[in-house]
Design a protein. Structure first.
Length: 160
């Protein structure tokens, strides 16, 4: 089956019912998406499929053939981190970091739809992403800061 992961075509041989998470981690060595619950309850495995956040632990790989899959490894532009990644660092929005890739991917999906979400909208969108270290307040601050950075980058591009 042919997958498109972080902009590159990847050919794999596998059972189409296997969860995408295991294909990413074990077949393609993309270990950014994490295994937390395996039941769609924690968000640690979140990736984007055609720009929409999905739980890769519950996504049969056969259902995403030919779709655009983006993992946390595919966000940076060369050496330049994605604004959401940079904001998580700037706001110190992580402790152990286990939830961070999923939080970042869920936040990217949110900010692509709305670069200036309110605090309550951010909390609502990230509700299904669990942080055992309890860094929620700093995560919300990071998402808001990232939204501002993405909006000013978009403005710069429109004036270029
Ligand atoms: S591992 Fe997928 S939601 Fe928890
Ligand atoms: S930073 Fe440890 S689980 Fe979120």
């Amino acid at each position: 089956m042919d997958l498109v992961v972080n902009g590159a075509s990847r050919r794999i041989e596998t059972d189409p019912e296997r969860p995408l998470l295991w294909v990413l981690r074990n077949d393609l060595d993309l270990t950014g998406a994490k295994f937390g619950c395996g039941e769609g309850q924690c968000g640690a495995c979140t990736v984007l499929i055609d720009g929409v956040a999905h739980r890769s632990c519950l996504t049969p790989v056969g259902s995403v053939a030919g779709k655009e899959i983006t993992t946390v490894e595919g966000l940076a532009d060369g050496e330049r981190l994605h604004p959401v990644q940079q904001s998580f660092i700037d706001c110190d929005a992580m402790q152990c970091g286990y939830c961070t890739p999923g939080m970042i991917m869920q936040s990217v999906a949110l900010l692509r739809k709305d670069a200036a979400p309110s605090e309550s909208e951010i909390k609502q969108q990230l509700e299904g992403n669990i942080c055992r270290c309890g860094t929620y307040n700093r995560i919300v601050a990071a998402v808001q800061k990232a939204g501002q950075a993405m909006a000013s980058q978009a403005k710069e591009r429109s004036h270029a």
